[in-house]
Design a protein around this ligand. Structure first.
Ligand code: ZN
Length: 343
């Protein structure tokens, strides 16, 4: 792929710079607008919050922000473009829909796979609605305990559209499960494994699982740093160190899955728990898009991760993922025998 389509136009993959591969500006679960008890969404306030936060990230060296908000979770690409123009941060958006149990499956459930593929292709090549803003890649999502027929149909549509356009695919997994099945479904439709980033693989500290994704050629997303209600950051750090130590620095991407500008409605978790943004901030005070740079990278370095590894993870891997370049077979230095200290 020669160009990466950002919400403000095409850039070369070489120019992406330091990239956060999975963050959000706005996020709302289906039906958020029916929740009259939620604080009213004020666009101007959300815009200025998003601009402030992204400028803070730019101050930390981040140049590109990938917001893989699916169509059905409040995706607003004009909002993204406005934040991008005002902050100077490059933003990449996606086409694609969320998993069946937390998305809006009614219409896509009725459409044949070729129609969904055509919708994705329209958003990748012409633009989203009449905005002219093109999606830079495709989002897919699966739940547990198995991939539903609906999710399988969307995986096929996503794979076919991405293979035709030559763009990458970013995924959501629940509980760090079914990543191997996602890779299998996408590669069957012609997407090379190195164009697949298996998201939320940090949901379990299962090194064998992490390696099995990387061994298939895919990128492994440790992309929920700060969400300690799923798993502790200590365990995430252990998982990342194990991967780097085993020679897989070129196969991993780190991010937070944070919501930088505003929640739409009150966030609902697991279909039961209704939270407020304030309660989330109180229970997970470190969960924001600066967390990796302020607290996690320094801890990784204490464990022996090098500046070169950090560069590989935040700059080279996203660039290679968007260019469609296969990672070199061996890791940066192969398995490391010199690994200092514990871990
Ligand atoms: Zn997300």
């Amino acid at each position: 792929m020669d160009w990466v389509h950002t919400v403000t136009g095409p850039v070369r993959p070489e120019d992406l710079g330091m990239t956060l591969v999975h963050e959000h500006l706005l996020l709302g679960f289906p039906g958020w607008f029916m929740d009259a008890l939620a604080p009213k969404f004020r666009r101007a306030d959300a815009l200025s919050r998003g601009v402030d936060r992204l400028q803070e990230l730019m101050g930390l060296g981040v140049a590109t922000f990938l917001d893989p908000c699916p169509m059905d979770l409040g995706r607003d690409v004009e909002f993204m473009a406005e934040v991008s123009q005002r902050s100077g941060m490059r933003i990449v958006c996606t086409t694609g829909a969320f998993k069946e149990d937390e998305g809006i499956s009614y219409t896509f459930g009725a459409l044949p796979v070729q129609d969904i593929e055509a919708i994705y292709l329209k958003e990748l090549t012409e633009g989203i609605g009449d905005t002219g803003i093109r999606a830079g890649l495709v989002k897919v999502a699966t739940g547990v305990p198995k991939i539903s027929a609906y999710e399988q149909k969307l995986l096929i549509a996503a794979g076919r559209a991405a293979a035709k356009v030559g763009c990458p695919v970013i995924t959501h997994t629940d509980q760090a499960r079914l990543g191997i099945e996602q890779i299998a479904a996408l590669t069957k439709e012609g997407v090379p494994a190195h164009r697949v980033l298996v998201g939320h693989s940090d949901g379990r500290d299962d090194h064998t699982y992490h390696r099995s994704l990387a061994d298939r050629g895919a990128y492994v997303g440790f992309d929920r740093f700060g969400i300690e209600s799923f798993i502790s950051d200590d365990k995430r750090i252990d998982s990342v160190c194990k991967m780097i130590r085993a020679g897989y620095a070129r196969s991993i991407c780190l991010s937070h899955d944070s919501t930088c500008a505003a929640w739409l409605g009150r966030p609902v978790f697991n279909g039961r728990h209704v939270a407020t943004p304030e309660a989330i901030a109180a229970s997970m005070p470190t969960w924001d898009a600066t967390h990796l740079f302020k607290r996690i990278v320094p801890r990784l370095k204490e464990r022996g991760v090098t500046d070169e590894d950090v560069r590989t993870i935040f700059i080279e891997n996203p660039r290679r993922y968007f260019r469609g370049e296969e990672p070199p077979r061996e890791g940066a230095a192969g398995p490391r025998s010199w690994w200092p200290r514990r871990g």
